[in-house]
Structures are given as structure tokens and as C-alpha cells.
Write a protein that binds this ligand. Structure first.
Ligand code: SF4
Length: 320
């Protein structure tokens, strides 16, 4: 690891010799936390778009979305390798045959696809989907990453934000996914008002115990959109957002306790300015991230500096 933390782009360069660009796909699925299977109304921060604002409308056919995004990203960044990213809602929450069709369409949409990233909930993935993805991995030589929303390791916070799953659901799903040799990208939120710095430290330790090289973390700042449950709570003054200094403290403590070979894919969250009630303290995400890097530098913090695998080597170590 060079620098303050292990960047996801450096992981990709190590694996593929160059940066791999995400092609977001918005598929018309729902979420068990919205339709009553797990809960109603969804997570309190989730908008009608299902936590995605960068993709095409889901009425556009999958292969067209992939090709259009590639035509935009390819020339702009000189991109040659791509990862199709099923971003919105819960992309394993559909009958298996429809899931198979979705994945087959994606992997055959264009050349240069070296990976598939599939966002889902920790309580919404099982062997049937993973068995099929294993076939796809072997047939097309693509990397498989399952993106799991965890957001917080504090069970009270998970209830408060209406996640509808538990921490143990996350642990079970990571163990299952890793048994297939797939990668896991865990999504966390650094600035939930109901969490503390210690919750972030616990989160880093939990992820470090389960994940390793090839795996990654997106640690988002909480943004608040109009039209969401948390948006109403915010307008009613039911909580205060942590300030930017607290973001620096929490995120740097998270990184300090995270295993150094887990890659960092995001340090802030972003949302459309048209719907944002609160986003990154009114500053650009890169200004906030620069501030974090400066804070870490000033305080001598790098990823993994406080990480320990906790292994004492057994009692033998203490024998005379
Ligand atoms: S699990 Fe994801 S898609 Fe479902 S309500 Fe929560 S944030 Fe939205």
C-alpha cells in the first residue's frame, strides 16, 4: 500500500494492469425492504430511485445502457476494460431465470467486460444465484463482486434506519460469498447521526475479520434527499448531522483499524443537487476528501495502523 490508504484503482491496476471503469446498469427490480417482504418504505435514506442517481432510467434495455455508458466513458478516459455494475435496488431480488437472463445479457453486451458487480442486501443472496455466477465466471473469465449494503454494525442504528436485516445476516452472507471465491464490496455510512466513532472502529474490525485482498469498502458520507423518511426527520429537526471534523475523526479511525489489503473504493457519498437537503456540508466531495487526507497526514494516520489480527499464536507462545 502506497500513501494513506489502499485505493481501489490501485487494486484494479495490480489485477488487470490498468484501471477498470464501471458501467452502471439500472434494472427494474424492487427491494424486499420496500414491498413488505422484509419491511415497508425502505431504508430511511433511500429514495424512490433505490440509492442510485448516476445510471440511465430502468426503461432503457440493459445492453443499450451498457453500450451507451461505454461510448461515453471509453473515449473520455481512454478506458478499455469495464465492470458492469448493477447498482440500483436489490439485484438478486428476482426469480432466478430472470436473474440469469439479466447477467447473460450484460456479459454479452460488448467487448472489454472483465467484471460484474452486483449490489444486493446481505439477507437476499443464496447458493442458487452464486452457483450460476460461478458458471458465468468460469465461462467468461470475469471477476465477480457482490456489493453488500451494511451501513452500520450497530444493531440499534440498523433498526433506526429501518434496514430490515441484522449484522449476523451480513456475516453469514460474506462467509457464503467468500466460499465461492468471489469478492465482496461492503458499503458503510460514516456519518449516521446515531453512530459513534467506536461503531466505525467496530465496523472496520468486523470487515477485516471477514475480508481481505480483492475485497473493498465504500465508506459513504450520509446524504439526505428530499422525499425520503430521513429528509422529513431532518426538516423536523429530529437529529443533527455530525460536522466535518467528526467525519474526519470517524473515517480516519475506520481506516486506521481496517486491514491494509482491503481496497477503498469511496470516501464520500454523492447525490443529485436537485433533491439534496444535505450533502457533504455543502462542499464538493473532493474538497471533503482532501480535508480527510490532510487530517490523516497531520495526525500520522494510515490505513491499518491500528489493525491487528488478534492472533496471539495460541498458548504455546506463552510457555517458558
Ligand atoms: S436495501 Fe437498498 S434499495 Fe432497499 S430500501 Fe434499503 S437502500 Fe433502498
Amino acid at each position: 500500500m502506497e500513501g494513506l490508504y489502499f485505493k481501489y484503482s490501485d487494486l484494479q491496476k495490480a489485477l488487470y494492469g490498468q484501471k477498470v471503469y464501471k458501467l452502471p446498469v439500472n434494472y427494474a427490480v424492487s427491494c424486499p425492504n420496500r414491498d413488505g417482504t422484509k419491511g415497508y418504505g425502505g431504508c430511511i435514506f433511500c429514495s424512490e430511485k433505490g440509492s442510485s442517481h448516476e445510471a440511465h432510467e430502468n426503461t432503457v434495455e440493459i445492453s443499450s445502457q451498457i453500450i451507451k455508458n461505454k461510448e461515453y466513458i471509453g473515449p473520455r478516459y481512454g478506458a478499455k476494460l469495464f465492470d458492469v455494475y448493477f447498482q440500483s435496488y436489490t439485484n438478486t431480488y428476482m426469480p432466478l431465470d430472470i436473474f440469469k437472463g439479466m447477467i447473460n445479457t450484460a456479459v454479452n453486451a460488448t467487448d472489454g467486460i472483465v467484471g460484474l458487480s452486483i449490489s444486493t442486501r446481505p439477507d437476499c443472496i443464496d447458493e442458487r444465484y452464486l452457483d450460476f455466477l460461478k458458471e458465468i465466471k468460469e465461462k467468461y473469465s470475469v471477476g465477480i463482486t457482490i456489493e453488500l449494503g451494511l451501513q452500520s454494525v450497530n444493531e440499534r442504528t440498523l433498526e433506526k434506519i429501518n434496514r430490515g436485516h441484522t449484522l449476523s445476516d451480513y456475516v453469514k452472507s460474506v462467509i457464503l460469498i467468500k466460499s465461492y471465491g468471489f469478492n465482496v464490496c461492503t458499503h458503510m455510512i460514516s456519518t449516521l447521526p446515531w453512530d459513534t466513532e467506536n461503531d466505525l472502529i467496530d465496523g472496520a474490525k468486523m470487515i477485516s475479520a471477514l475480508c481481505g485482498y480483492g475485497d473493498s469498502v465504500k465508506i459513504h458520507t450520509l446524504y439526505i434527499e428530499d422525499g425520503t423518511v430521513i429528509g422529513e426527520m431532518y426538516k423536523n429537526g429530529e437529529f443533527e448531522m455530525p460536522d466535518m471534523e467528526e467525519y474526519f475523526i470517524r473515517t480516519s479511525s475506520f481506516l486506521a483499524n481496517l486491514k491494509p489489503d482491503i481496497a477503498i473504493s469511496r470516501l464520500t457519498g454523492r447525490v443529485s443537487s436537485e433533491t439534496a437537503l444535505f450533502e457533504n456540508w455543502g462542499r464538493s466531495h473532493w474538497v471533503v476528501e482532501d480535508g480527510l487526507r490532510e487530517y490523516m497526514t497531520q495526525n500520522g494516520i494510515i490505513q491499518g495502523i491500528n489493525y491487528s489480527d488478534g492472533n496471539t499464536g495460541g498458548m504455546g507462545r506463552f510457555r517458558a
